[in-house]
Design a binder for this molecule. Structure first.
Ligand SMILES: [Zn+2]
Length: 402
């Protein structure tokens, strides 16, 4: 055996700190003895690590727990505001950034529109978001977690291709790290959201296998298997938005034709509603045409709620295309829990019913019976929370899986 060197001592210490933090994070208020039992570290080692962490303001004592015979043990917990993470969601027409504490609670949020900007302009908005949030931070920052659409190399923080943002081989991780001096973790937005749904989504025990599908400006799935985010061989797992689903379909922003995004995304539904209205009875056409040039998702939502037939057809068709894709995904993975999020979910129950109906219609009875397709419990910020959680897991070794 090699003699221990200074470097390996340092590594052992870091490892021990991570073990202790992870135990406190996963099991809540815990005594030193309980930490030693769960981590298999000696009580002396645990006490040393705890006193270092307390000095850093990361851990605090919160009084005595229940006695199991002798003196009641002092309980410890992570100080939720000891470190803050900047979490970013770059997945919609408005970029969202927030300060997130170690418990996944959001204290400050900033939204900036990017609609109509090119790749360089969108990058400026990201930098603006980060600068504004750094100025608002009331505690030390641990780093920046970014959820962005596209194929992301999370190892290097490089966005290999984000179709809707016109970003190719953009080294976003390096750029933000150089700007701020902070560690940065960049992940696909749908993948980040799936991790958040796994970690923070439910009230009961965590669901080990799930697919969280984002349906908004883009369409993408994040897949958690066995309590771990599945990123695939090339970080592209769940990128279903650019799988061709319609023969001779419309041209997609990726350059090909008939992708799922061309029929199920927010923009696709708006375009379809507009096209149907233009084909409609003469009486609707004249005055409507000019207004419909500016038709946005909110307008279609209002029309859908009012029972407008064009909006209804467009929305329910979009839902059915998504349902077909879910049938394929669930059929391949045998994942029973599918949750949906993103701006299109605002179409609500009738849209969801179309999704469910089509997914069931295209699945074997056994699979269909076991499948649950729902809207996410957390109304918003799923990508922000997931991106923050990924940064925390990478920086603190907080293992979200159990
Ligand atoms: Zn495409």
């Amino acid at each position: 055996l090699p003699l221990p060197t200074k470097a390996t001592h340092q590594r052992t210490r870091e490892h021990n700190v991570r073990l202790v933090l992870r135990t406190l994070y996963d099991f809540g208020p815990t005594s030193r003895a309980e930490i030693a039992r769960r981590t298999h570290l000696t009580r002396t080692t645990v006490s040393d690590v705890i006193s270092d962490l307390a000095q850093d303001g990361m851990v605090e004592e919160i009084g005595r727990g229940v006695s199991s015979g002798g003196k009641a043990p002092i309980l410890l917990r992570i100080v939720s505001g000891a470190r803050l993470v900047i979490g970013l969601d770059l997945g919609e027409g408005t970029f969202t950034g927030a300060l997130v504490n170690l418990r996944g609670e959001i204290s400050h949020q900033v939204d900036l529109p990017v609609e109509g900007r090119d790749g360089a302009g969108s990058l400026e908005v990201v930098e603006d978001l980060v600068d504004r949030l750094r100025a608002e931070a009331t505690g030390p920052l641990l780093g920046i977690g970014v959820g962005t659409p596209g194929i992301i190399d999370s190892g290097t923080g490089t966005i290999r291709w984000a179709v809707n943002l016109d970003w190719q081989d953009l080294e976003l991780g390096r750029l933000l790290a150089e700007r701020t001096g902070l560690p940065v973790y960049v992940a696909n937005d749908s993948q980040a959201a799936a991790l958040a749904e796994y970690a923070f989504g439910g009230v009961g025990p965590r669901i080990p296998n799930l697919a969280a599908i984002k349906v908004g400006r883009g369409v993408g799935a994040g897949i958690v298997l066995g309590g771990r985010l599945w990123q695939g061989d090339g970080f592209g797992a769940g990128e279903i938005g650019h799988v061709g689903v319609v023969d001779d379909g419309a041209r997609c922003r990726c350059g090909r034709f008939g992708c799922l995004e061309t029929v199920a995304s927010a923009e696709a539904i708006v375009a379809r509603a507009r096209a149907l209205a233009a084909e409609g009875p003469r009486s609707r056409r004249g005055r409507g045409a000019r207004q419909q040039d500016g038709l946005a998702l909110g307008d279609v939502r209002a029309a859908f709620a009012a029972g407008d037939p064009c909006a209804t057809t467009a929305v329910l068709e979009g839902g059915r295309h998504l349902g077909a894709a879910i049938a394929m995904l669930a059929g391949v993975l045998d994942v029973h829990h599918v949750v949906l999020h993103g701006s299109v979910t605002a179409f609500g129950d009738r849209w969801l019913a179309a999704v469910r109906d089509e997914a069931a219609r295209r699945s074997m009875g056994l699979v269909a019976d076991a499948m649950h397709i729902d809207l996410v419990g957390i109304a918003s910020n799923l990508t922000v929370l997931g991106a923050s959680a990924l940064l925390m897991t990478s920086e603190l070794g907080l293992e979200l899986a159990r």
